[in-house]
Design a protein around this ligand. Structure first.
Ligand SMILES: CC(C)(COP(=O)(O)OP(=O)(O)OC[C@H]1O[C@@H](n2cnc3c(N)ncnc32)[C@H](O)[C@@H]1OP(=O)(O)O)[C@@H](O)C(=O)NCCC(=O)NCCS
Length: 156
């Protein structure tokens, strides 16, 4: 069997409360200002689309999205730093956009720090463009940081 066939492919499944330990560990490893456990619990409780990406039987990333009245809002997308630049972020985002279409959303929206080069590059790569700025949106070590608002159509 070739090395390509032996390597397991990432799989997606809905997040559940038992994932929170792994999800929080990734969140804290990946962000300077991580979400708290309470925020993840709230996202699950209110029924946001919360998905994990599994690789070799472990959670390697996750995405959280709210869908309402034709619009999807991507709230968090995160890959464990050990797996960066292996296509997992793109796979997660692609899956979230598919789910948004299944919910009949026609646009996708998200916020991103302008200094987050990897995320901005990923989003632009996936067809998002800038539609606005939210002033003083993110916490920072020296005051608040603005957020870029990016959007894309979900029409195929
Ligand atoms: C942003 C993030 C999800 C990207 O995940 P990833 O699995 O490393 O990304 P992928 O391997 O799927 O990359 C897809 C494309 O995004 C762009 N990209 C990703 N990381 C990049 C980087 N560090 N520098 C430049 N471009 C990058 C590239 O265009 C890349 O395509 P290529 O590898 O063919 O050149 C990941 O860096 C992460 O989890 N960061 C911490 C959490 C975060 O900031 N989330 C976004 C909040 S708005």
């Amino acid at each position: 069997m070739s090395a390509v066939l032996k390597r397991s492919l990432p799989a997606f499944r809905p997040m559940n409360l038992r994932d929170l330990g792994a999800v929080l560990a990734i969140e804290r490893a990946a962000y300077r200002f991580p979400w708290s456990e309470a925020i993840f619990r709230d996202c699950l409780r209110v029924g946001y689309c919360c998905w994990v990406l599994e690789h070799e039987a472990a959670v390697a990333g996750y995405g959280i999205m709210q869908v309402a009245v034709g619009e999807s809002h991507i709230l968090n997308i995160c890959v464990h730093p050990a797996y960066h630049r292996q296509g997992f972020g793109r796979a997660l985002l692609t899956r979230l956009l598919e789910i948004a279409r299944e919910h009949r959303a026609d646009t996708a929206l998200l916020e991103v720090r302008p200094t987050n080069d990897a995320a901005v590059a990923l989003y632009r790569h996936m067809g998002f463009h800038e539609v606005g700025v939210r002033r003083a949106y993110y916490p920072g070590h020296r005051g608040k940081e603005d957020a870029l608002i990016l959007a894309r159509s979900l029409a195929v």
